[in-house]
Design a protein around this ligand. Structure first.
Ligand SMILES: [Zn+2]
Length: 283
């Protein structure tokens, strides 16, 4: 289902809700993890005039700007590249306001320092500035794209089960409670999804494996869900989200997930991408 239709159906479902007090509590639980300073900061939308593909990406202004200045990027303060933990990148769901900023968010400085790291250390990228900048982008994007896929699958379940609160309940009661711990299955799977797509981000597999194994708890458990184990992990995660539904319904939903985005690596497009340069002052 095209993303626009999915969002419209979700809105229709929300409008049908009788319980307005619940509707009013529909706040984004992720704000407790990604500080509002970054979450609501000014950001620039990357232009999608061409499909999001490796071959097209050097036409992007940010890529050439970073590549041309790669030797001037200040790496004296380590930024880290553990996605949400370092506020390096995050996914802003369309379930919450402000919906005009939903999509993948990337911090420019972190994209830069990660590019330098790949340029200096990643065996297949050493001294290749353009490809290092592109690889850093796809590394961040593919991980965050997984969170988008999970939101989409949840929306499909919500529409099917006529319950628009599954996603917010999962984020509030499960994800935010176990974030940055070894229990955080969604982060393990997001990294596993990225690891299996090392050809899309052009980062040598062994290098990528070492890098992800050095990340924070949860993130570094990706290795338990690589290869054939990914499917089991995905089933577990969907069971966490659709916790109130019977197995037969969950099994049907897993089918939806398998038939659509999760097996289709070409589905890397049409997601808004936002670049952040400065946090919002919090005073
Ligand atoms: Zn993540």
């Amino acid at each position: 289902m095209p993303i626009k239709d999915l969002i419209n159906k979700l809105d229709e479902l929300l409008q049908q809700q009788q319980d307005k007090s619940r509707f009013n509590k529909y706040k984004n639980p992720l704000l407790s993890l990604i500080t509002p300073g970054w979450y609501f900061a000014d950001s620039f939308k990357l232009n999608h005039s061409v499909p999001l593909k490796w071959e097209n990406y050097e036409k992007n202004d940010y890529v050439s700007k970073l590549a041309n200045n790669i030797n001037e990027i200040d790496t004296s303060i380590p930024e880290g590249s553990t996605f949400e933990v370092n506020f390096c990148s995050w996914y802003q769901p369309y379930h919450f306001a402000p919906r005009d900023k939903w999509g993948v968010h990337i911090r420019y400085r972190c994209w830069g320092t990660l590019s330098v790291e790949l340029y200096r250390e990643c065996p297949n990228l050493i001294n290749n500035c353009i490809d290092s900048v592109k690889a850093a982008f796809f590394y961040l994007y593919i991980h965050e794209f997984f969170h988008h896929l999970i939101e989409n699958v949840t929306s499909i379940i919500e529409i099917e089960c006529k319950d628009p609160f599954l996603y917010v309940n999962y984020l509030s009661n499960i994800y935010t409670k176990i974030f940055n711990t070894s229990e955080c299955l969604e982060e393990s799977l997001a990294n596993s999804y990225l690891f299996e797509r090392n050809d899309l981000c052009h980062i040598e597999k062994e290098y990528l494996e070492r890098k992800l194994l050095n990340q924070n708890p949860g993130y570094n458990s990706f290795i338990n869900y690589s290869g054939a184990n990914f499917k089991d992990g995905l089933n577990q995660l969907i069971s966490q989200i659709a916790t109130n539904f019977e197995y037969s319904s969950t099994a049907k939903i897993i089918n939806i997930a398998e038939k659509t985005e999760f097996t289709n690596i070409q589905y890397l497009e049409n997601i808004p991408i936002w670049i952040h340069q400065t946090p919002l002052p919090l005073y």
